[in-house]
Write a protein that binds this ligand. Structure first.
Ligand code: SF4
Length: 315
């Protein structure tokens, strides 16, 4: 089955905004859509609001509670309807491997959404849109990202990587629940974990080593959350350099002195920021074809997503 990703309908190009417009995102439509099936949702239309419709905003009550109200008629409050809609639709999201939400929206925004208080003031730092806040609380393992943030190469790569990873997890483990499936999945992600979170690399490794002591369902939920938290951490250049050096170690007997020096130079060039990771990875993949190694060949770090997405160009 194709990878399924939820999306704010306006980001996909549907004219569902309050003013009848959309917020289509080119990367989503032109590139990501070649690899995933989008499930568009406009929560405001979902609760019966019209297009066009009155502008709404988030209002913080003196009690601290956040309410979704109409800007010109703050006595018209859509919060309860929106929460009920969210609870119902999240029940249909079992297959989702990610979610792209629309920035700044009081319904869909993921961060720094304006939160109004009395006298036309706003709360510093803002808040999360009422729909997205509930979605993330109910599915804390799900990769969620805003349309605008996808223009940042580092955030884009991490988000897309997590989508492919969660899909891989579901195919490998959920649809085939067994200790063996977990061990195999975890083995393929060792280098990924080393790059994203050396501490999770250790703790998840210990968890998998002790899997026989767990109830398999409990293990599934715990591992999914901890694993998805770990890969959400940014893979630093330092950590990725360590992984490249680790990979380099596997070729120490096969390569000539000159080949080793060339690879070491490329890794160092990546470490100092003069080359993208693509450069040493291309050479490593070349050597891997020439000198196959069963452990390295299964490592997701080598080919985490389709090359055509060009996600490693800016890293
Ligand atoms: S931001 Fe969300 S609620 Fe607003 S138009 Fe887009 S999908 Fe609908």
């Amino acid at each position: 089955m194709a990878i399924q990703v939820g999306i704010s309908a306006c980001v996909l190009g549907e004219r569902v905004r309050f003013d009848g417009g959309h917020k289509q995102n080119r990367f989503v439509v032109d590139e990501l859509s070649n690899y995933v099936t989008f499930k568009p949702v406009c929560p405001e239309v979902g609760i019966g609001m019209t297009v066009p419709r009155p502008v709404i905003r988030l209002l913080q009550l003196p009690s601290g509670e956040e309410r979704l109200v109409e800007t010109k008629r703050q006595d018209i409050d859509h919060t309860d309807k929106m929460n009920a809609f969210t609870d119902k639709i999240v029940g249909q999201f079992d297959e989702l491997c990610g979610y792209v939400v629309c920035a700044k929206s009081p319904t869909c925004g993921m961060e720094r959404v304006k939160l109004h208080i009395a006298n036309n003031n706003t709360v510093p730092g803002g808040t999360v849109g009422v729909y997205t806040k509930r979605l993330m609380a109910k599915m804390p393992w799900l990769p969620v990202e805003e349309d605008g943030r996808l223009n940042d190469p580092v955030l884009r790569e991490n988000f897309v990587f997590r989508i492919f990873t969660l899909n891989d997890f579901y195919k490998s483990v959920r649809d085939n629940l067994s200790a063996k499936a977990f061990v195999e999945f975890h083995s393929r992600y060792k280098l990924v974990l080393m790059a994203h979170s050396p501490s999770a690399y250790k703790s998840l490794g210990q968890m998998v080593a002790n899997i026989k002591d767990w109830d398999l369902d409990d293990f599934y939920y715990e591992y999914r959350q901890l694993f998805m938290d770990a890969v959400k951490e940014r893979a630093s250049r330092k950590n990725k350099t360590n992984v490249l050096m680790h990979l380099q170690g596997y070729f120490k007997r096969s390569l000539t002195k000159e080949q080793k020096a060339e690879l070491a130079e490329l890794i160092d060039s990546y470490r100092s920021g003069n080359q993208p990771i693509l450069a040493p990875m291309a050479l490593i993949k070349h050597y891997l074809r020439e000198y196959p190694d069963p452990y390295l060949q299964i490592q997701t770090f080598i080919d985490p997503y389709p090359e055509e997405l060009k996600l490693r160009y800016g890293l």
